[in-house]
Design a protein around this ligand. Structure first.
Ligand SMILES: Nc1ncnc2c1ncn2[C@@H]1O[C@H](COP(=O)(O)OP(=O)(O)OP(=O)(O)O)[C@@H](O)[C@H]1O
Length: 283
């Protein structure tokens, strides 16, 4: 871990693909030992950001920083495996390519999820391939694990088991995880840090508990303005009713409103959807 307790950081990070900025001026940090969710719409730049952090994509501007001495494992979205290699041979390759390798940890992962060691990787289902990629990452004993949509091909039970397993690994080893996902609701209670990217720009960053505490939803009689001061993340008006999702500075007590404007807490999914809508310029 780095002396400042930061596992991953970026400053001024930008990437151009085919003459277009797909990441622009991104600055953030992920504290060590956290499970950070990286969310954003299709094409927001999540894979590009993870690739830059993993060192497989060179930024065009700015820089990324990984804590000194960190062992980084990256599970990419396309999960590249050699189709003619058996799962056992892939593990052997993992052992040969990694300075630190825990064969038992990789095998336990596959056993737990019922992936046969003797099967050729080309004959595995999408979900089984994802489990092999995760087992290879686990075997390399990372202190920082970067996962690009690891749950997308897994069945609902496997999704839950994988997230639980990751949490156990985090608790046991102090590992930091940055995981991109579209399944925000599934990370509720799992992730404790959020990076929200849209159209290449970082829109929201922070501790999820702090973010949830700073966002409130107010519903009341139709009104052009919000009932209390704050950043209007979302405003909806229908018939005689209005609804506002507001971000108020953390630590401030929400001011008193008319009883008809009682505040309600938001879920992580509400918060993410509202910011994504806002970033796309729609309400
Ligand atoms: N090698 C490339 N060449 C050209 N454009 C690219 C390349 N890689 C990514 N892009 C573009 O960069 C943008 C960001 O892509 P990226 O894959 O990082 O988004 P994402 O947030 O991971 O999307 P998704 O959720 O759909 O997987 C997209 O518009 C994509 O088309």
């Amino acid at each position: 871990m780095s002396p400042d307790g930061v596992a991953l950081a970026a400053r001024g990070l930008g990437k151009v693909h085919r003459g277009r900025w797909v990441l622009r001026d991104c600055a953030f940090l992920v504290p060590a030992g956290r499970v950070a969710a990286l969310v954003g719409g299709n094409g927001a730049g999540k894979s590009t950001l993870l690739g830059a952090l993993a060192g497989v994509l060179a930024p065009d501007t700015g820089e990324v920083r990984v804590a000194d001495g960190a062992r980084v494992a990256f599970v990419a979205q396309d999960k590249p495996l050699y189709p003619h290699f058996s799962v056992r041979e892939m593990l052997r390759l993992g052992r040969a390519l990694n300075r630190v390798w825990d064969q038992g940890r990789a095998e336990r992962w596959l056993e737990r999820f019922g992936v046969p060691l003797g099967r050729a990787c080309g004959k595995l289902s999408g979900g089984e391939r994802a489990q092999v990629a995760l087992a290879l990452a686990a075997g390399s004993c990372p202190s920082v694990l970067l996962l690009d949509e690891p749950l997308s091909e897994l069945d609902p039970l496997a999704r839950r088991e994988v997230t639980r397993e990751l949490l156990t690994e985090v608790a046991d080893t102090g590992m930091t995880v940055l995981v991109s996902t579209h399944a925000v609701a599934e990370l509720d209670g799992v992730a404790d840090y959020l990076l929200l990217l849209e159209r290449g720009r970082l829109r929201v960053e922070g501790d999820i508990d702090d973010l949830l505490a700073a966002h409130l939803r107010y519903a009341g009689p139709r009104s052009a303005t919000a009932p209390v001061p704050g950043e209007v993340v979302e405003a909806r008006h229908a018939g005689g009713r209005s609804e506002f999702l507001l971000r108020v500075p953390l630590g401030t007590v929400a001011p008193e409103t008319e009883p008809c404007w009682a505040p309600r807490p938001v879920t992580l999914e509400d918060l993410v959807l509202a910011h994504l809508t806002n970033a796309r310029g729609g309400n």
